[in-house]
Ligand binder design. Structure first.
Ligand SMILES: [Zn+2]
Length: 281
Protein backbone atom coordinates (compact mmCIF):
# COMPACT_ATOMS: atom_id res chain seq x y z
CA UNK A 1 0.00 0.00 0.00
CA UNK A 2 1.41 3.38 -1.02
CA UNK A 3 1.34 5.99 1.77
CA UNK A 4 2.78 9.44 2.50
CA UNK A 5 5.59 10.08 4.95
CA UNK A 6 3.22 11.55 7.52
CA UNK A 7 1.43 8.24 8.11
CA UNK A 8 4.75 6.53 8.85
CA UNK A 9 6.15 9.38 10.95
CA UNK A 10 3.04 9.43 13.14
CA UNK A 11 3.38 5.70 13.75
CA UNK A 12 7.08 6.14 14.58
CA UNK A 13 6.30 8.99 17.01
CA UNK A 14 3.69 6.88 18.79
CA UNK A 15 6.02 3.89 19.08
CA UNK A 16 9.22 5.86 19.75
CA UNK A 17 10.78 4.22 16.70
CA UNK A 18 12.08 5.42 13.32
CA UNK A 19 10.98 4.47 9.83
CA UNK A 20 13.78 3.04 7.70
CA UNK A 21 14.29 4.76 4.36
CA UNK A 22 16.22 2.74 1.80
CA UNK A 23 17.76 3.72 -1.53
CA UNK A 24 16.56 1.34 -4.27
CA UNK A 25 18.52 2.15 -7.46
CA UNK A 26 17.57 -1.01 -9.36
CA UNK A 27 14.84 -3.64 -9.49
CA UNK A 28 16.79 -6.23 -7.49
CA UNK A 29 17.36 -3.90 -4.51
CA UNK A 30 13.79 -2.65 -4.75
CA UNK A 31 12.51 -6.25 -4.57
CA UNK A 32 14.88 -6.94 -1.65
CA UNK A 33 13.68 -3.91 0.34
CA UNK A 34 9.99 -4.69 -0.16
CA UNK A 35 10.51 -8.38 0.74
CA UNK A 36 12.40 -7.35 3.91
CA UNK A 37 9.62 -4.97 4.96
CA UNK A 38 6.94 -7.61 4.34
CA UNK A 39 8.89 -10.26 6.25
CA UNK A 40 9.38 -7.96 9.23
CA UNK A 41 5.81 -6.62 8.93
CA UNK A 42 7.23 -3.09 9.11
CA UNK A 43 6.46 -0.11 6.88
CA UNK A 44 9.42 1.50 5.08
CA UNK A 45 10.26 4.36 2.74
CA UNK A 46 11.87 3.59 -0.63
CA UNK A 47 13.86 6.37 -2.25
CA UNK A 48 16.16 7.50 -5.03
CA UNK A 49 18.19 10.73 -4.95
CA UNK A 50 18.14 13.21 -7.81
CA UNK A 51 21.96 13.02 -7.92
CA UNK A 52 21.69 9.30 -8.78
CA UNK A 53 19.28 9.61 -11.68
CA UNK A 54 22.09 9.41 -14.26
CA UNK A 55 22.50 5.77 -13.10
CA UNK A 56 18.81 5.07 -12.50
CA UNK A 57 16.61 7.16 -14.84
CA UNK A 58 13.50 8.28 -12.99
CA UNK A 59 11.10 7.51 -15.84
CA UNK A 60 12.22 3.84 -15.73
CA UNK A 61 12.75 3.38 -12.00
CA UNK A 62 9.93 5.62 -10.71
CA UNK A 63 6.96 3.65 -12.08
CA UNK A 64 8.50 0.43 -10.74
CA UNK A 65 8.88 1.95 -7.25
CA UNK A 66 5.30 3.25 -7.27
CA UNK A 67 3.92 -0.11 -8.42
CA UNK A 68 5.97 -2.02 -5.82
CA UNK A 69 4.60 0.23 -3.04
CA UNK A 70 1.01 -0.10 -4.26
CA UNK A 71 1.23 -3.90 -4.31
CA UNK A 72 3.17 -4.33 -1.05
CA UNK A 73 1.53 -5.98 1.95
CA UNK A 74 2.88 -3.26 4.26
CA UNK A 75 2.60 0.55 3.95
CA UNK A 76 5.40 1.99 1.81
CA UNK A 77 6.19 5.63 1.07
CA UNK A 78 7.76 6.42 -2.34
CA UNK A 79 10.22 9.28 -1.86
CA UNK A 80 12.53 11.45 -3.98
CA UNK A 81 15.73 11.96 -1.95
CA UNK A 82 17.74 15.22 -2.15
CA UNK A 83 15.57 16.90 -4.77
CA UNK A 84 17.58 19.83 -6.13
CA UNK A 85 15.53 21.08 -9.06
CA UNK A 86 11.82 21.73 -9.43
CA UNK A 87 11.95 19.71 -12.67
CA UNK A 88 12.96 16.47 -10.94
CA UNK A 89 10.51 17.09 -8.11
CA UNK A 90 7.71 17.74 -10.58
CA UNK A 91 8.61 14.57 -12.52
CA UNK A 92 8.57 12.45 -9.34
CA UNK A 93 5.18 13.85 -8.33
CA UNK A 94 3.78 13.24 -11.83
CA UNK A 95 4.98 9.63 -11.62
CA UNK A 96 3.03 9.17 -8.37
CA UNK A 97 5.72 9.59 -5.69
CA UNK A 98 4.00 10.16 -2.35
CA UNK A 99 6.86 12.22 -0.92
CA UNK A 100 9.73 14.47 -2.02
CA UNK A 101 12.74 16.01 -0.36
CA UNK A 102 13.78 19.48 -1.34
CA UNK A 103 17.40 20.05 -0.37
CA UNK A 104 17.88 23.79 -0.16
CA UNK A 105 20.60 23.49 2.46
CA UNK A 106 23.29 25.07 0.24
CA UNK A 107 21.39 28.34 0.28
CA UNK A 108 21.24 30.76 3.16
CA UNK A 109 18.30 30.25 5.48
CA UNK A 110 16.03 32.88 3.88
CA UNK A 111 16.55 31.42 0.40
CA UNK A 112 16.20 27.85 1.72
CA UNK A 113 12.87 28.79 3.32
CA UNK A 114 11.57 30.54 0.17
CA UNK A 115 12.51 27.66 -2.15
CA UNK A 116 11.25 24.98 0.24
CA UNK A 117 7.91 26.77 0.54
CA UNK A 118 7.55 26.85 -3.24
CA UNK A 119 8.15 23.08 -3.43
CA UNK A 120 5.71 22.52 -0.56
CA UNK A 121 2.99 24.35 -2.48
CA UNK A 122 3.57 22.14 -5.54
CA UNK A 123 3.70 18.91 -3.49
CA UNK A 124 0.50 19.80 -1.65
CA UNK A 125 -1.40 19.84 -4.94
CA UNK A 126 -0.48 16.16 -5.28
CA UNK A 127 -1.22 15.29 -1.64
CA UNK A 128 2.50 14.48 -1.23
CA UNK A 129 4.70 15.15 1.79
CA UNK A 130 7.91 17.23 1.86
CA UNK A 131 11.21 16.77 3.65
CA UNK A 132 13.60 19.74 3.95
CA UNK A 133 17.19 20.09 5.15
CA UNK A 134 19.10 22.51 7.35
CA UNK A 135 22.90 22.41 7.71
CA UNK A 136 25.27 20.32 5.62
CA UNK A 137 25.47 16.56 6.03
CA UNK A 138 28.99 15.33 5.21
CA UNK A 139 30.12 13.05 2.40
CA UNK A 140 28.61 12.93 -1.06
CA UNK A 141 25.41 14.84 -0.58
CA UNK A 142 23.28 15.62 -3.60
CA UNK A 143 25.89 15.86 -6.35
CA UNK A 144 29.12 17.10 -4.82
CA UNK A 145 31.30 16.17 -1.88
CA UNK A 146 30.83 18.04 1.38
CA UNK A 147 34.19 18.01 3.12
CA UNK A 148 33.19 20.01 6.16
CA UNK A 149 30.05 19.10 8.00
CA UNK A 150 28.04 22.16 8.91
CA UNK A 151 25.97 21.46 12.00
CA UNK A 152 22.34 22.52 11.80
CA UNK A 153 21.92 25.84 13.56
CA UNK A 154 19.39 26.01 16.35
CA UNK A 155 18.32 29.51 15.31
CA UNK A 156 17.76 28.32 11.71
CA UNK A 157 15.62 25.39 12.89
CA UNK A 158 13.53 27.76 15.02
CA UNK A 159 13.03 30.18 12.14
CA UNK A 160 12.29 27.37 9.69
CA UNK A 161 9.70 25.96 12.10
CA UNK A 162 7.88 29.31 12.16
CA UNK A 163 8.04 30.10 8.45
CA UNK A 164 7.80 26.69 6.75
CA UNK A 165 5.16 24.05 6.51
CA UNK A 166 7.02 20.81 5.76
CA UNK A 167 6.49 17.27 7.04
CA UNK A 168 10.02 16.28 8.03
CA UNK A 169 13.38 17.99 8.53
CA UNK A 170 16.84 16.49 7.89
CA UNK A 171 19.50 17.71 10.31
CA UNK A 172 23.29 17.64 10.39
CA UNK A 173 24.73 16.50 13.71
CA UNK A 174 28.02 15.01 12.45
CA UNK A 175 26.36 12.41 10.22
CA UNK A 176 27.74 11.86 6.70
CA UNK A 177 26.84 10.06 3.49
CA UNK A 178 28.91 7.11 2.27
CA UNK A 179 31.51 5.38 4.46
CA UNK A 180 32.62 6.76 7.83
CA UNK A 181 36.25 6.56 8.92
CA UNK A 182 35.79 4.76 12.26
CA UNK A 183 32.72 5.14 14.45
CA UNK A 184 30.85 8.35 13.56
CA UNK A 185 30.81 11.13 16.15
CA UNK A 186 27.29 12.41 16.56
CA UNK A 187 26.49 15.49 18.62
CA UNK A 188 23.63 14.16 20.75
CA UNK A 189 23.36 17.32 22.80
CA UNK A 190 22.70 19.34 19.64
CA UNK A 191 20.20 16.72 18.43
CA UNK A 192 18.27 17.07 21.68
CA UNK A 193 18.12 20.87 21.26
CA UNK A 194 17.13 20.63 17.59
CA UNK A 195 14.35 18.17 18.38
CA UNK A 196 13.05 20.53 21.07
CA UNK A 197 13.14 23.50 18.68
CA UNK A 198 11.77 21.78 15.57
CA UNK A 199 8.09 21.82 14.70
CA UNK A 200 8.75 18.81 12.43
CA UNK A 201 9.87 15.21 12.94
CA UNK A 202 13.64 14.92 12.38
CA UNK A 203 15.46 12.82 9.78
CA UNK A 204 18.94 11.31 10.02
CA UNK A 205 20.79 10.91 6.71
CA UNK A 206 24.03 8.95 6.31
CA UNK A 207 22.89 5.98 8.42
CA UNK A 208 25.39 3.47 7.00
CA UNK A 209 28.01 2.68 9.64
CA UNK A 210 26.17 4.19 12.62
CA UNK A 211 26.03 1.65 15.46
CA UNK A 212 22.86 0.12 16.90
CA UNK A 213 23.44 2.01 20.17
CA UNK A 214 23.79 5.30 18.30
CA UNK A 215 20.62 4.61 16.29
CA UNK A 216 18.72 3.90 19.49
CA UNK A 217 20.07 7.05 21.13
CA UNK A 218 19.09 9.12 18.08
CA UNK A 219 15.58 7.65 18.11
CA UNK A 220 15.39 8.40 21.84
CA UNK A 221 16.21 12.03 21.03
CA UNK A 222 13.56 12.45 18.35
CA UNK A 223 14.87 11.02 15.06
CA UNK A 224 11.86 9.53 13.26
CA UNK A 225 13.27 8.61 9.82
CA UNK A 226 16.69 7.15 9.04
CA UNK A 227 18.16 7.03 5.51
CA UNK A 228 20.26 4.06 4.47
CA UNK A 229 21.93 3.77 1.07
CA UNK A 230 25.59 2.72 1.18
CA UNK A 231 25.35 -0.30 3.50
CA UNK A 232 22.56 -1.93 1.47
CA UNK A 233 24.33 -1.23 -1.83
CA UNK A 234 27.54 -2.69 -0.34
CA UNK A 235 25.64 -5.80 0.79
CA UNK A 236 24.19 -6.20 -2.72
CA UNK A 237 27.67 -6.06 -4.29
CA UNK A 238 28.96 -8.48 -1.65
CA UNK A 239 26.20 -10.89 -2.71
CA UNK A 240 27.28 -10.65 -6.35
CA UNK A 241 30.89 -11.30 -5.32
CA UNK A 242 29.87 -14.32 -3.25
CA UNK A 243 27.87 -15.79 -6.13
CA UNK A 244 30.87 -15.56 -8.44
CA UNK A 245 33.23 -16.88 -5.77
CA UNK A 246 30.99 -19.88 -5.21
CA UNK A 247 30.65 -20.58 -8.90
CA UNK A 248 32.74 -18.53 -11.35
CA UNK A 249 30.49 -19.73 -14.16
CA UNK A 250 27.24 -18.76 -12.45
CA UNK A 251 24.40 -17.30 -14.49
CA UNK A 252 22.81 -13.84 -14.53
CA UNK A 253 19.89 -15.25 -12.50
CA UNK A 254 22.16 -16.77 -9.87
CA UNK A 255 24.13 -13.55 -9.31
CA UNK A 256 20.92 -11.56 -8.94
CA UNK A 257 19.52 -14.05 -6.47
CA UNK A 258 22.61 -13.63 -4.27
CA UNK A 259 22.51 -9.85 -4.57
CA UNK A 260 18.84 -9.74 -3.57
CA UNK A 261 19.38 -12.08 -0.64
CA UNK A 262 22.28 -10.05 0.78
CA UNK A 263 20.50 -6.71 0.28
CA UNK A 264 17.35 -8.06 1.94
CA UNK A 265 19.25 -9.22 5.03
CA UNK A 266 20.88 -5.79 5.36
CA UNK A 267 17.50 -4.02 5.13
CA UNK A 268 16.05 -6.41 7.72
CA UNK A 269 19.00 -5.80 10.05
CA UNK A 270 18.27 -2.06 10.05
CA UNK A 271 14.48 -2.37 10.27
CA UNK A 272 14.99 -4.51 13.36
CA UNK A 273 16.96 -1.82 15.19
CA UNK A 274 14.79 1.08 14.03
CA UNK A 275 11.66 -0.66 15.27
CA UNK A 276 13.13 -1.59 18.66
CA UNK A 277 13.02 -5.30 17.99
CA UNK A 278 16.30 -7.16 18.51
CA UNK A 279 19.83 -5.79 18.60
CA UNK A 280 21.85 -5.18 15.42
CA UNK A 281 24.27 -8.10 15.07
ZN1 LIG B 1 21.06 12.39 2.34
Amino acid sequence: MKVTLTTLLEKAEKENSAVGCFTVPNMEILMAAVAAAEEKQCPIVIQIAEGRLAHSPLHYLGPMMVRAAEEAKVPICVHLDHGLTEDAIQQALDLGFSSVMYDGSRNDIAENIARTQRVTEIAKRYGATVEAEIGAIGGKEATDNVETVKYSSLADVKRFSKECDVDALAVAIGNAHGHYKGVPKLNMELLEQLAEASAFPLVLHGGSGITAEQFRACIGHGIRKINIATSVLDAYVEGLREAIKENPLCTYYQVNEFGRKYAKEEVKRHITVFNNKEVLA
